[in-house]
Write a protein that binds this ligand. Structure first.
Ligand code: AMP
Length: 216
């Protein structure tokens, strides 16, 4: 199954994708995580990504598509994938459709998480991330342990993302409305879009996603 987890930045796509990896047995393809890893490697390409990311702007399509094409060729993605934060523009959606079609696949479901802007600002400004493994926390709802050690990997390198400030999240939300939201209309005619209430507990939201997919 090829599944797009869709929604504004801070809607919980990454959190849910990590849970769905286990439940559905599919890999998570997060272009944001891949870009942060490239940046951490210190490469020139990583620096280019960082220039856009730090301003809350989208990285140009040609750079994103290169990254995505390489990732989709990996063995773990041959039976489908969970796309998180990709596609973010109509040209990216068209490229995804064309690449999957060549493999005899298609987007089987677009799960659109619906979360109000106030809740997003609260979630994103409180978000903390383990730089070693990507595990996420929230300072109020799921804080890192008092020892400061990551629950997944034990690293103490738990930080706030540079683009997780209120100002940046508002910019990213505006970009989402301008550039990303039209993707829903692109997929709606094929009947694959499933709107899911993205507010509430993590477990409740996972339950709603699985039932929208007919998996529970
Ligand atoms: P995310 O981790 O998905 O919230 O992405 C963080 C940032 O990475 C975004 O604000 C963009 O600057 C960049 N980014 C991630 N995925 C994409 C994409 N598919 N297209 C363009 N920019 C992206």
């Amino acid at each position: 199954m090829d599944l797009i987890l869709f929604g504004p930045p801070g809607a919980g796509k990454g959190t849910q994708a990590k849970i769905l990896v286990e439940k559905l047995g599919l890999p998570q393809i997060s272009t944001g995580d891949m870009m942060r890893a490239e940046k951490a490697s210190g490469s020139e390409l990583g620096q280019k990504f960082a220039d856009y990311m730090s301003k809350g702007l989208l990285v140009p399509d040609e750079l994103v598509l290169e990254l995505f094409a390489q990732r989709l060729q990996k063995p773990d993605a041959q039976g489908g994938a969970i796309f998180d934060g990709f596609p973010r523009t109509i040209p990216q959606a068209e490229a995804l459709d064309a690449t999957l079609a060549k493999l005899g696949r298609k987007v089987d479901a677009v799960v659109a998480l619906d979360v109000k802007l106030d809740a997003i600002v609260d979630r994103v400004t409180g978000r903390r991330v383990c730089r070693a493994c990507g595990q996420t926390y929230h300072v109020s709802y799921s804080p890192p342990p008092p020892s400061g050690e990551c629950i997944s990997c034990g690293s103490t390198d738990i930080v706030q993302r540079a683009d997780d400030t209120e100002e940046k999240v508002r910019t990213r939300n505006a970009k989402y409305h301008e550039q990303t939201l039209p993707i829903l209309a692109h997929y709606e005619p094929t009947g694959v879009v499933k709107k899911v209430d993205g507010e509430g507990s993590v477990d409740d939201i996972t339950g709603r996603i699985l039932s929208a997919l007919g998996k529970q």
